[in-house]
Design a binder for this molecule. Sequence first.
Ligand code: CAA
Length: 240
Amino acid sequence: MCRTALVTGGTRGIGAGIARTLKSVGYRVAVSYQNGVETAEKFQKATEIPVFSWDVSDYGSCEKGVEEVHTVLGGDIDILINNAGVTKDCMFHKMTAEAWHVVISTNLNSIFNMCKMVVPAMRRKKYGRIVNISSVNGLRGQVGQTNYSAAKAGILGFTKALALESASKGITVNAVAPGYISTDMTDAIPSDIRESIRAGIPSGRFGTVDEVAAAVLYLIGDGAAFLTGTVLSVNGGQYM
Ligand code: CAA
């Protein structure tokens, strides 16, 4: 059966890697994005994966966006990959309330919003796969990321609680915690700091988006039906 998967923040970075991988093995895939129309159009043209624009931090925007996906793809979303996220790195003593709220609402409230859109149908159909993208920095904390680490750690609690509620309904809820992956987000880290981070990764390098996508692919597969509430680290040994 051809399952439908939605990847939020799916037109670039880790999300795009996941979307491409899922499509390549036969899933019907849609992605959301918020800004960057040009990037989204390029992505759609290159992959033939339909793109939809909405703000995952806004409940009403998610309702409209998901309705549009249903209309265009025709059917429920069987697999949700909550990937959309932003950083606003800053030492806590200099962090503005805005930098806190933007990161919490985009990275954590979005998980609530998007799961609300798909879980009722998954429960009815007794099938669903949800993968929430957390981070090594949600597991261990990171200088300059009180906002991001809090959101990414919050995702882990959410994942486990929803996994407990959903296990008897054929729905698995898992998290993937990527380490430092080569993307625009990590490219934005000042180069001296990036180099010191790289030096601290036992594998000696940043990961690739395809390496994260492989973990997601495993978690949504039929072979992982008994695996729920878990956190899969993809971090080159940086934290265990
Ligand atoms: N460990 C311990 N202390 C650290 C540190 C570290 N890794 N990095 C910086 N510090 C200390 C500095 O030594 C300095 O201390 P003193 O004031 O006592 O000298 C203090 O923190 C402030 O450092 P900076 O001068 O660098 O301060 P800044 O305001 O210019 O920049 C920062 C702070 C924005 C946090 C900058 O250090 C930075 O960008 N760090 C990288 C943060 C990071 O790893 N972000 C991950 C982005 S990618 C991502 O999030 C994806 C994912 O999931 C992994």
